[in-house]
Ligand binder design. Structure first.
Ligand code: DL6
Length: 817
């Protein structure tokens, strides 16, 4: 075939078309005379996978040759987004692909549209993990991503009659063109059973797990290329496969159907991603997923370590295991089990290895999001691990008692076990005690960790706590999603910004240039036109590309306060109704985001937004002054359309609650102005872009706390602010739900009578004022252009390359290969 002529190590790019046709025939089994678009997409993906795997093998060899310390990034979630464009950009094959596709009668846009993104994460945490893999590859770090290959990712969201409806996301049905399934290479993972204690010939007390059931973990590898550096990392996702022994035992008793049922039950482990963001569900299957990832990954790590043939005490010098949130924290007792039960190391030595190996990132301070497991459930699923946790805890509390002898209550507060009517394992305590590094994800959040939620651990282990402010990859979030703006930038300052985002500073002098401002705003307007076309096609709503696009996209959660936004929308509506010539800047409000299927209030707020949108969009008095759009199924692909077309970015969480935010960075990098609270990374963004280029408002974190302590009374705001009162009365009076006037009453109730936990009413007036400032600023288009450019120019710090550089240097102690 065509293959034999090309040496595998150096496939010249001009064979891309030939490779596509080769894969159409030999890999996909289709006639390559006239392949359809989906077939061409898959063949192109396979042709790129060929190139990726070559570079991956070479990268692995380089890591091995250098005998580098390896970084293992463990995460229950990854949100990689579509791969095609990213891979083409990284491999430098965009033009070749365009040419090849043109010859085949397609455009790259059409073919890229065939890709269905893997939604293997909920939101910020999973997307951060994917930005980090991209940067680890760019920096040539000796790193591996480890996660789960869920058969069903985050649900597909539809909006029906204004309400969220969930549909299964069967992302694998199109076939797996990017990955390699390692079908003949699996690790056993064991759950349940009971622990037998016995004494061996040397008189040592031993622990052996007996019984239980075993599931196999099959590796599926996906490749993450570095930007034009010939370096490729592996994201290894585990899929559950039934174990053979068990099938046979059923078959031997003649229970054929039973055997098959067992197989299906086992393979359920990697079936579905839990769709909860910031509130774990506490289900047995979820704990099994966590251990499934951990056990399989630890076997891989140990296998690679053993190849080196060095002693166990060298383990922390050769490996660092990073825990993305507490979800994989059971890796700590699992490593202890391997070292103590299987390698027969003394406990003290094993523990010394452990606390030099693990590092933990916390991503949330919401009390309901801190993971705990009922002790009984833990004992049932992982009996030996629970024993090990007890022993870790016993020794830890012993040390704490010695260090703080005069604070008896302290022990109960820091214990790994919460003792009350029901007992729980506290995963964050386990992660802190078992790690040498604990970090938050913005300066503000890291301070909150030290000063409040983990303050007592900070006193015990001050040297462990540090900050690593989040970042985003400029390859996807500027170069890929906004090619015209990227091109305009490159024309003026060259291409270095792609791997050194601080280079964007060189744009600053152009901020005053009328010519550049004009070019900048033309690119932005074209992006806004494209989004208008998409909205028209999807929602049937016509919007003005010249209107101010005010965008709020992220998961729906009360703390993120989409409700505050819609209260302001209604306020503007009322002003227009009162005075159609009020001189209000025409605005398009765009919302997007999923709510956890069991989160009633979040779903209800989605419904309210849609109801308000319907009322406003069909009110002839409003016309082009105001439009409200809800875009269904917010995901990475959709974010890529939205970021380049946004004027005003809504980052309005209750201060102290958003750990960092990363959407805020994506918008600003693309030239949007932020309206936001003093929260998460907004605060650092303010420091970088300057307060004339970002609209902050509202209570500060400590004011939120003070107010809460003093007794917050939301009704006073209702009583003293007539505009606010009018808005709330309309909602509870059925203005937006004429068919069912009581429909949204409970939302207003939650604000007025149930304490308004997220202080929506307390921040309403300062938000409305700041929105007025934003509108006024938008009227001055040259001023807006300058602000927009300065936002982009000053976002260099928020590159995930900077974040990963800091992790590599300060936490992991690794360098590029
Ligand atoms: O660190 C990534 C991302 C932050 O930007 C968000 O502010 C934060 O809400 C999110 N946290 C979670 C917590 N999940 N759990 N458990 O998603 O992390």
């Amino acid at each position: 075939g065509m293959r034999e002529t090309a040496s595998p190590a150096t496939l010249p790019a001009d064979t891309l078309k030939a490779d596509i046709l080769w894969h159409v025939l030999y890999s996909l089994g289709r006639d390559n005379e006239r392949p359809d678009r989906q077939t061409v997409f898959r063949a192109l993906a396979l042709a790129l996978r060929d190139r990726l795997v070559e570079k991956w093998i070479a990268s692995q060899r380089a890591i091995y040759a250098k005998s580098s310390k390896r970084v293992y990034y463990l995460s229950l979630e990854f949100l990689p987004g579509p791969f095609l464009r990213q891979n083409l950009i990284a491999l430098g094959l965009e033009k070749e692909a365009r040419d090849a596709l043109t010859e085949l009668g397609f455009t790259l846009d059409d073919v890229a549209g065939e890709e269905w993104e893997p939604g293997l994460g909920n939101g910020g945490l999973g997307r951060l993990a994917s930005c980090y893999l991209d940067s680890m590859a760019a920096l040539r770090l000796p790193a591996y991503g480890y996660g789960i290959r869920y058969a069903f990712g985050i649900f597909h969201q539809l909006i029906r009659d204004g309400q969220q409806v969930e549909r299964a996301d069967n992302w694998l049905r199109g076939g797996q063109h990017w990955e390699f399934e390692r079908t003949h290479y699996m690790h056993p993972v064991r759950f349940y059973g009971s622990v037998r204690e016995w004494v061996d010939e040397q008189g040592r007390l031993r622990h052996t797990l007996e019984g239980g059931s075993t599931v196999m973990a099959m590796a599926c590898d996906m490749f993450i290329p570095g930007y034009r550096n010939d370096y490729v990392l592996n994201m290894r996702l585990w899929a559950a496969k039934s174990s053979r022994e068990f099938e046979f035992s059923f078959f031997n008793t003649g229970d054929y159907i039973g055997a098959v049922e067992k197989k299906i039950r086992d393979e359920n482990i990697s079936m579905v991603l839990y769709p909860n963001d910031e509130a774990p569900e506490g289900k047995e299957l979820r704990l099994k997923q966590q251990f499934f990832l951990v056990s399989a990954t630890m076997q891989d790590i140990v296998r690679r370590f053993r190849k080196k043939g060095v002693a166990w005490d060298q383990f922390p010098r050769k490996n660092v295991i990073h825990l993305n949130e507490t979800h994989p924290a059971v890796a700590i007792p699992e490593l202890m089990r391997l070292l103590v039960d299987e390698e027969l190391l003394p406990w003290e030595e094993a523990w010394y290895i452990c606390v030099r190996t693990f590092a933990y990132t916390n991503h949330t301070v919401l009390p309901e999001a801190l993971e705990v497991w009922p002790e009984e459930l833990f004992r049932k699923v992982l009996p030996r691990h629970l024993q090990i946790i007890y022993e870790i805890n016993r020794r830890f509390l012993h040390d704490v008692r010695r260090q703080f002898p005069h604070d008896p209550g302290l022990l109960a507060r820091v214990s790994l076990i919460h003792e009350g009517e029901q007992r729980f394992v506290r995963m964050s305590h386990l992660a802190i005690v078992g790690s040498f590094s604990v970090n938050g994800v913005s300066a503000h959040h890291s301070n909150i960790i030290k000063e409040s939620i983990f303050n007592e651990f900070y006193k015990i282990f001050p040297e462990r706590f540090n900050n690593k402010t989040n970042g985003i990859t400029p390859r996807r979030w500027l170069r890929q999603c906004n090619p015209t703006l990227a091109w305009l930038i490159t024309e003026h300052i060259g291409t270095e910004w792609l791997t050194d985002l601080e280079q964007l500073k060189k744009l600053e002098p152009y901020a005053e240039s009328a010519g550049f401002q004009k070019a900048w705003m033309e690119v932005r307007l074209r992006n806004k036109q494209k989004l208008a076309e998409y909205i028209h096609a999807k929602n049937g709503i016509t919007i003005l590309p010249e209107s101010l696009y005010d965008v709020h996209v992220k998961r729906f959660h009360e703390y993120k306060r989409q409700l505050l936004n819609i209260l302001h929308v209604i306020t503007l509506y009322n002003r227009i109704r009162r005075d159609p010539d009020a001189g209000i800047v025409p605005r398009t409000f765009i919302f997007g985001g999923k709510a956890a299927p069991g989160y009633y209030m979040a779903k209800h707020i989605i419904q309210l937004i849609n109801a308000v949108g319907y009322t406003i969009n069909t009110d002839p008095r409003v016309g082009d002054m105001l439009k409200v759009v809800f875009l269904q199924n917010y995901c990475v692909t959709l974010a890529e359309r939205i970021m380049p077309a946004t004027d005003l970015s809504e980052q309005i969480s209750t201060a102290g609650m958003e750990a960092s935010g990363t959407g805020n960075m994506k918008f600003a990098l693309n030239g949007a102005i932020t309206i936001g609270t003093h929260d998460g990374a907004n605060i650092e963004m303010l420091e970088h872009v300057g307060d004339e280029n970002l609209f902050l408002f509202g209570l500060l974190s400590h004011e939120v706390e003070d107010l809460r302590r003093q007794g917050y009374n939301p009704r006073t705001f209702y009583e003293t602010d007539s505009e606010l009162r009018e808005v709330l009365d309309m909602i509870s009076g059925g203005y937006f739900s004429p068919g069912d006037p009581h429909m949204f009453r409970d939302i207003v109730e939650s604000l007025l009578n149930h304490g308004d936990r997220y202080m929506v009413l307390a921040d309403f007036r300062s938000y409305a004022y700041r929105q007025q400032d934003a509108a006024r600023a938008y009227l001055d288009q040259p001023g807006w252009a300058r602000r927009s450019m300065l936002n982009t120019a000053r976002m260099g710090f928020f590159s995930s390359d900077r974040s990963m550089g800091e992790y590599a240097r300060d936490i992991w102690g690794v360098e590029g290969v």
